[in-house]
Write a protein that binds this ligand. Structure first.
Ligand SMILES: Cc1cc2nc3c(=O)[nH]c(=O)nc-3n(C[C@H](O)[C@H](O)[C@H](O)COP(=O)(O)O)c2cc1C
Length: 420
């Protein structure tokens, strides 16, 4: 996609080793026609020079909160006002913590606070720093605030370890930037909760049960069958329902996300664990099955690690897992007033989703394209097709948080119509 000329990115560079990749990001943004203005933290300047960033952006780098006299027309408020999107890359654990808690003690953090523009962060840090509960809590706060995350990815670290925390590649960050810009540039202020006051009027005190993430089906004590679901969409829906005053239970498979604040989160591994916890949470008013539940499990989990045997072909016998969505849709006792399923399809999206709506007796199917090319699985954005008994509707690309907010508003309206 080519950028609409004059789209302006305010790029905040934090003090991480991945700052060298940000130089390439600047180059790629400029190639697409974006205007890039950069702000560097003091630490960032220990990793890459202002000169390199100025050469690549073609404009001066800002780094001093108190330098108004140098260029009074570009104070911190003007800098963020002038931008269409704020991008933080690399987003250090320190910047993420400051953003989550509203600190503003340097130019970068002050601008991140003094803006109503969307913010995209590309975290980069050692995996222990990323997985630390403090960072996970901070990241969850930012996600709830509507900050979009590009990455981090799993991978080798500069420190020699392997795991989550590696900054996404410049092209992936660029794709995320283009998607965010395509869905508008402003974060709605809390007072203007995208019309969700009406949702809150309906959902206050109503019980909403959401499943999220993948399941893991063990093969032996060390191996399992799983899928690429990140849980981002399911967790966002749980958070949006809670923000609309619902009493939410989230049943989550193994994900690298923090439990959403204020939501009872139950952690499970297998599809059968998930079924048990879903049934234990009934009755509920709305069930939203977002989890990518494994269709199959291994017929018999080996009690010990399976050894290689050159004389014999390795063979797994799979049996079908229980279908949680169909079981809830077809329940006679305690059927939720609304049963909503997600259909992750990589081909024939509409046909497959339509078949699922009928076969599983659902009130709504949210279909999304999970082919590798779509970038939906594990990504920050989603493009969904909503199918109900009354017809279908295609929503544009938007962040998973926006899909969640809109979906919750829609479900509240549908629940009000049922009169239950
Ligand atoms: C060699 C080196 C590499 C570092 N890499 C990272 C990193 O990748 N991510 C991170 O969050 N912090 C990293 N740090 C620590 C940050 O530089 C430090 O927390 C700093 O205060 C961040 O400042 P800033 O957030 O204002 O840019 C690193 C420090 C050193 C010395």
């Amino acid at each position: 996609m080519t950028a609409i000329p004059e789209q302006r990115i305010l790029l905040i560079i934090g003090g991480g080793i991945a700052a060298y990749k940000t130089l390439d990001l600047i180059r790629r943004l400029r190639e697409r026609g974006f205007f890039v203005r950069a702000v560097m933290t003091e630490s960032a300047q220990r990793f890459v020079t202002k000169l390199a960033v100025e050469s690549l952006t073609g404009s001066r780098v800002f780094d001093d909160l108190f330098a108004l006299t140098e260029d009074s027309s570009m104070g911190h408020i003007e800098l963020s006002r002038d931008a269409d999107l704020l991008v933080v890359a690399p987003a250090t654990a320190d910047i993420i913590a400051k953003m989550a808690h509203g600190l503003a003690n340097d130019l970068a953090s002050t601008m991140l606070l003094a803006t109503d523009k969307k913010i995209l962060v590309a975290p980069a840090m050692n995996l222990r720093m990323w997985l630390h509960p403090a960072t996970q809590r901070n990241a969850a706060i930012l996600q709830n605030d509507g900050v979009v995350f590009a990455g981090p990815e799993n991978g080798g670290m500069a420190c020699g370890e392997y795991g989550p925390g590696r900054m996404s590649e410049p092209l992936a960050i660029l794709a995320a930037i283009e998607q965010v810009l395509a869905s508008g540039t402003r974060i709605p202020l809390p007072a203007d909760f995208s019309g969700n006051q009406e949702a809150a009027d309906v959902l206050a005190g109503r019980r909403v049960l959401v499943t999220s993430g993948p399941t893991r089906e063990p093969i032996d004590p060390v191996r399992y069958i799983a899928n690429r679901s990140s849980g981002k969409q399911g967790h966002a829906i749980a958070a949006a329902a809670a923000a609309a005053s619902a009493d939410v239970v989230l049943v989550s498979g193994p994900v690298a996300l923090a439990d959403p604040l204020g939501i009872r989160t139950i952690h499970v591994e297998t599809a059968r664990d998930m079924v048990r916890q879903v049934e234990a949470a009934l009755p509920v008013d709305i069930f939203v099955g977002v989890a990518a539940v494994a269709d199959w499990r291994v017929a018999e989990t080996a009690p010990e690690k399976i050894k290689k045997d050159p004389k014999q072909e390795a063979c797994l016998t799979l049996v079908e897992n229980p279908d949680i969505l169909a079981a809830l849709g077809r329940r006679s006792k305690d059927r939720p007033a609304l049963v909503v399923g997600f259909a992750a399809e990589s081909e024939e999206l509409v046909e497959n989703a339509q078949a699922k709506l009928t076969a599983k007796n659902c009130d709504m199917i949210v279909a999304n394209d999970v082919s590798r090319a779509s970038g939906v699985l594990g990504g920050e954005n989603n493009k969904v097709l909503i199918l109900t008994k009354n017809g279908k509707e295609s929503w544009p690309w938007m962040t998973k948080q926006e899909v969640a907010r809109r979906l919750v508003a829609r479900l509240a309206a549908m629940l009000a119509e049922t009169g239950r």
